[in-house]
Ligand binder design. Structure first.
Ligand code: SF4
Length: 188
């Protein structure tokens, strides 16, 4: 995979094209608010599709190691991932569009992980959670894949061992900004 480029925050790194402008979620302005009060809503199909995508991310329900405990905490009431529309963890990859790779990926698990990714309908996105998933972490040995981006394309990397739930929340927000900037006809 290529180098990690783009918006670097305090908690996570968003993979975008080099030199791209900062990403931001679309917000309603004064003109939109006035129109809405008059009962009129105007937009483009592309914006509506992007809005529906980033507002309803459904993660695949699986975890690989200790990072998965932090992922579970993120979905629980204290951190409340539901605030960002991404709390519906699906047991079937066919109902998921977000893969959170939470933990080290063993060589034995890599083809299974790839199969789950392939079974997810597109468009789909991947968050690499923690040092182990992103680069092997402390497990620099033959049994562990040295970066899950060798197996699936990664959209957002989260550093740390383990990353706290706030870091995962931050990565979901970064991913939402990326999705908002993607074209509606995206095939991935
Ligand atoms: S990054 Fe740390 S917490 Fe996460 S799977 Fe690796 S060792 Fe466990």
């Amino acid at each position: 995979m290529g180098a990690v480029n783009g918006t670097a925050g305090a908690l996570g790194v968003l993979r975008t094209e080099a030199g791209a402008p900062p990403l931001a979620l679309p917000r309603a302005g004064e003109r939109e608010r006035t129109a809405a009060q008059a009962g009129v809503v105007t937009s483009t199909l592309s914006k509506v599709i992007a809005w529906s995508r980033y507002s309803s991310l459904w993660p695949a329900n699986f975890g690989l190691a200790c990072c998965a405990i932090e992922m579970m905490a993120t979905a629980a009431s204290r951190y409340d991932l539901a605030r960002f529309g991404a709390e519906v963890f699906r047991a079937s990859p066919r109902q998921a569009d977000l893969m959170i790779v939470s933990g080290r990926v063993s060589q034995k698990m890599a083809p299974v992980l790839r199969q789950i990714y392939d079974q997810m309908p597109g468009p789909k996105w991947v968050i690499s959670m923690g040092a182990c998933a992103s680069c092997g972490g402390i497990f620099n040995n033959y049994a562990i894949v040295q970066g899950v981006d060798k197996v699936v394309p990664v959209d957002v990397y989260i550093p740390g061992c383990p990353p706290r739930p706030e870091a995962l929340l931050d990565s979901v927000l970064k991913l939402q900004k990326k999705i908002a900037a993607e074209p509606a006809y995206l095939q991935k």
